[in-house]
Design a protein around this ligand. Structure first.
Ligand code: HPA
Ligand SMILES: [Zn+2]
Length: 371
């Protein structure tokens, strides 16, 4: 008999019969029975890492209004409802146009602190124990906000998050790929005095027409500085961008990467090499990469052995934080508990935490299934 986790005595992490799930989750991800379908409470208490989250994309309309008022900025929207109504995207670019416009309310170090802190509080609710968020320095420096204003506000909140919420983190700065490699180099130069606050570099913004190889030299320079390397690839762009991000940029993880399904040989290679993909289900449907969640390939890729992870990308714009993204997979793809556990385990494996912390969280994850 399978005892439902909700029926267990406190603490809720422990539940006898879920040992069965633990035995199965690495070996058989397809044994779904109705009672095995994951539910929100179960997902919420799994220890998870979030590896694809743009801090600017966690700016909720309520905070946007508050910051606009604080900084005497007139917004082109009259209300929170009007802002949310504008979030009706047709593709990545239609989102980016609004996303960069909204970021204009971020002016002071305190603004960046408040943005980051609000995200960390959501992490706490969702059982995120470790996060590696992105920020886009050029979105701010190009409108006259000093690099340090953004960095110090974010870093102070991340430090408080570790102390007060027990959420560890590592900040990744992204280069905007619609700008030049020279501009990315200038950003890397700005970061050099602050490498104690940054663990890696990434590549985001408009993908098609801006292939990874455009940034080969600046990624090589970042590698020389011992920074971790990640890049958005294969979101809207072709699967060849995934290959060049791996072969030319030598990235440690691929952000999105869902277009790998166009190339079965690539999928096999990603699986064999356990290359992590930081997949963002709600983002993919909101930006029309897939018309419907039931077309999303994440669980198929999981079954094929690819190290796929679940992430929220720009939660304030796409309708949900991390647990919402897991729940979208329950609703669209009937995701089982075993699959949810495998995805959470992948997120810890794909993170840049050290081996000791990884082992600790893996044990907590196993403990969350029963003993
Ligand atoms: O999903 C994304 N793709 C590319 N750039 C981005 N910047 C914020 N979110 C995204
Ligand atoms: Zn992204």
């Amino acid at each position: 008999m399978v005892i439902k986790v909700e029926q267990c005595a406190q603490p809720p992490l422990i539940c006898e019969a879920d040992t069965l799930l633990l035995e199965n989750f690495m070996t058989d991800l397809t044994f779904a029975r109705p009672q095995d379908i994951a539910d929100e409470a179960f997902i919420r208490r799994l220890p998870k890492a979030e590896l694809h989250l743009h801090l600017e994309g966690s700016l909720e309309p309520e905070l946007m209004f508050k910051l606009a008022e604080r900084n005497n900025i007139e917004l082109p929207y009259a209300s929170v409802e009007e802002i949310r109504a504008a979030y009706d995207f047709t593709n990545l670019q239609s989102f980016l146009d609004i996303y960069y416009q909204c970021a204009d309310v971020l002016r002071t170090e305190q603004d960046f602190y408040d943005l980051t802190w609000a995200y960390l509080l959501r992490c706490k609710e969702d059982g995120v124990v470790h996060t590696e968020p992105f920020f886009d320095p050029q979105t701010h420096t190009d409108r006259g906000i000093p690099f340090e204003v953004a960095l110090n506000g974010i870093d102070r909140a991340l430090c408080d998050g570790e102390e007060q919420l027990n959420i560890t983190s590592g900040l990744i700065m992204c280069f905007l790929r619609h700008l030049s490699e020279e501009a990315a180099f200038a950003t890397l130069e700005m970061a050099k005095p602050h490498l104690d606050k940054i663990i890696g570099v990434g590549l985001d913004s408009s993908e098609v027409g801006h292939p990874p190889e455009k940034f080969a030299n600046v990624f090589a320079a970042a590698a020389e500085l011992d920074l971790f390397l990640v890049a958005h690839a294969g979101e809207e762009g072709p699967s060849t961008y995934i290959e060049t991000a791996l072969d030319i940029l030598d990235v440690d993880r691929i952000d999105h990467g869902v277009r790998c399904t166009d190339d079965p040989v690539l999928v096999d290679s990603l699986a064999e090499n356990r290359v992590p993909l930081t997949v963002c289900p709600l983002s993919n449907t909101r930006l029309k990469v897939y018309d419907n969640m039931n077309q999303h390939p994440i669980l198929k890729l999981l079954e094929q052995g690819v190290c796929v992870t679940v992430n929220s990308d720009d939660p304030a714009f796409f309708g949900g934080y991390l647990v919402d993204n897991y729940m979208a997979l329950v609703e669209g793809l009937a995701m089982t508990r075993a699959e949810a556990v495998a995805l959470a385990a992948n997120s810890l494996e794909a993170s840049f935490i050290d081996d000791e912390l990884y082992e600790e969280w893996l044990q907590v994850l196993e403990g969350s299934l029963g003993e």
